[in-house]
Design a protein around this ligand. Structure first.
Ligand code: C2E
Ligand code: CA
Ligand code: CA
Length: 520
């Protein structure tokens, strides 16, 4: 199948090339052959004109001598004769001996004194062209030009039955053929090239034919080389395509791009909860890669790649749109619910993110003041002044900006102050150390104080135990996020949770919190 392709592709092109080439050759052959025939006929007309000029008109000895001499001097003239009424031969250059022959109908030349006809001799089947020059008293001078001399003696290879050359009169009478004696009307395989050329001076036509099958056969070797080259070429192309496909499949960036385009990156929602009353404050959107087979890939496996490759911008936009569509109705009905998205440092390098958020949420069921954007402290921001400007633009729209993973980065407190954010998220690391390490508690206390004095809110992350919840509540941290409440959830589970928390008889968490509070 694969091999047939290049043959299909190559053969038609090669055949048309061969046909063009063969046609050019045949045209040259007919041109040369017609030239030769015209030259022979010219020699005969010249001889006739000379004899007429010498006054040859009657069959007297002088006339016979003159004709004999002329015949001798002009090699291709088969005979000369003086004709009487209705073409009857009165005498020839050899006397009055006349071979029995048949003459076709005559064609006048443009010089009206001349006429041309085909002649066939009965005894041997020889043929000739008779040129006749009209003389006074109903007499004519005639010259016979041997048929063989009219076509070139080209070398037709023994086996080459594919080529044929014919000279005919305008009316179709065949005068000469090559190979000699071949008067067939068409070539064997019926598929052939035919080229013909008509004389402007004589009523003759030269026809050259060539069987196409033979042309192809002649070039069989070349054709096979071409086919082979075609196969190699196509194999090369297929190999190349296969390799680049493989490379593409193995290329993780290309795979991630496909995943974004195919909507395989989906938002999960991790609720944050009010530690005083157990109400859901909102959710942080966390990316998951849901592969076509249903398996979920954690963001740790693709977010770093997305950031390095720049795909993070597309990914973030895709997540925002999808979260908007999934949460629109619930959030429109609950204007106090917040929806947080994670940004990476590059997002704050220019104002594009402002445009993106506006384009996605402006006029949507989710108001801009329900949006929170988290910027991690782990990676340093490339341009602090620009980040500050972008954050201010976001806040101008009512969007909340949070610093994520506070306490883990290199920025320190001065960093937080310079950026002017609305919320700080205390990292899990400090929450974990609450019960064991005193310094963690000190840091948390300092952060809460700082936040309070700067008018910032505090959210604690990675809260896993009620002991931690209790501590946070006592320290005045009123919002917490962590497995103690819920892990990141698919949209439907998160929405179910939001609804369940609103029903009085299902206030499990608030009741638990109240119990913890009264026990303290
Ligand atoms: P993060 O922003 O600090 O998100 C919180 C991570 O902590 C989430 O992991 C969450 O599942 C996990 N977590 C929450 N509560 C608990 C808890 O009580 N215990 C423990 N052990 N873990 C908890 P996740 O979803 O694997 O996300 C990991 C990180 O990937 C995120 O950390 C964030 O930096 C990044 N990420 C996720 N989605 C996005 C995104 O859309 N954009 C960007 N730029 N980064 C994202
Ligand atoms: Ca986060
Ligand atoms: Ca975090």
């Amino acid at each position: 199948m694969l091999a047939a392709l290049p043959i299909f592709a190559f053969d038609p092109a090669f055949h048309s090339y061969l046909e063009k080439r063969a046609r050019v050759r045949l045209e040259a052959l007919t041109r040369g052959s017609l030239g030769l025939a015209e030259m022979r006929l010219d020699q005969a007309t010249t001889t006739l004109v000379e004899l007429a000029a010498a006054g040859i008109n009657d069959c007297n000895p002088m006339a016979l001598d003159a004709m004999r001499l002329a015949e001798f001097a002009t090699p291709n003239i088969k005979g000369l004769a003086i004709l009487g009424d209705q073409g009857r031969t009165l005498c020839t250059h050899v006397g009055i001996v006349v071979e029995p022959h048949a003459v076709s109908r005559e064609y006048p030349l443009s010089d009206q004194r001349f006429a041309l006809a085909a002649v066939r001799f009965r005894n041997y089947g020889d043929r000739a062209i008779q040129l006749r020059l009209q003389r006074p008293n109903g007499r004519s001078l005639a010259a016979l030009v041997a048929a063989e001399s009219l076509l070139p003696d080209i070398d037709f290879e023994d086996s080459d039955s594919s080529k044929r050359l014919r000279l005919m009169l305008e009316g179709g009478e065949v005068v000469a053929t090559r190979p000699t004696g071949d008067e067939g009307t068409g070539l064997d395989d019926g598929r052939g090239l035919v080229v013909q050329r008509r004389s402007v001076r004589y009523p003759i036509v030269v026809i050259a034919e060539r069987s196409f099958g033979m042309i192809v056969k002649e070039y069989e070797d070349l054709l096979n080389v071409g086919r082979l080259a075609g196969i190699v070429f196509v194999a090369f192309i297929f190999g190349f395509l296969w390799l680049s496909l493989r490379r593409n499949q193995n290329d993780p960036v290309a795979a991630l791009k496909r995943a974004i385009d195919n909507k395989e990156i989906v938002p999960f929602f991790q609720p944050s909860v009010d530690t005083k009353n157990g109400r859901v404050c909102g959710a942080e959107v966390l990316a998951r890669w849901r592969r076509p087979d249903g398996t979920l890939v954690s963001p740790a496996h693709f977010i770093p790649l997305a950031e390095q490759s720049g795909l993070i911008y597309d990914l973030t936009r895709a997540l925002m749109k999808r979260a908007r569509d999934e949460m629109g109705a619930a959030y429109a009905a609950r204007p106090r619910l917040r929806l947080g998205f994670n940004l990476f440092a590059g997002h704050l390098a220019d104002a594009k993110i402002v445009e993106d958020v506006k384009a996605i949420f402006e006029g949507s069921p989710i108001a801009l003041d329900q949006i929170m954007l988290e910027v991690t402290e782990r990676a340093p921001l490339p341009d602090l002044a620009e980040a500050r400007r972008v954050i201010a633009m976001l806040q101008e729209l009512g969007i909340k900006v949070a610093i994520d993973d506070v306490g883990t980065g290199h920025g320190g407190l001065s960093y937080l102050l310079k950026l002017g954010v609305d919320i700080i998220k205390i990292d899990k690391m400090f929450v974990d150390a609450i019960s064991t390490e005193r310094y963690s508690q000190t840091i948390i206390e300092t952060l809460v104080e700082l936040a309070r004095s700067m008018g910032m809110e505090v959210i604690a992350e990675g809260v896993e135990t009620f002991e931690q919840v209790e501590y946070l509540r006592l320290k005045g941290i009123h919002e917490a996020q962590g497995f103690v409440f819920a892990p990141p959830l698919p949209a439907s589970s998160y929405l179910a949770l939001v609804e369940a928390m609103e029903r009085p008889h299902l206030k499990v968490v608030p009741d638990l919190l109240a119990a913890v509070g009264s026990a303290a």
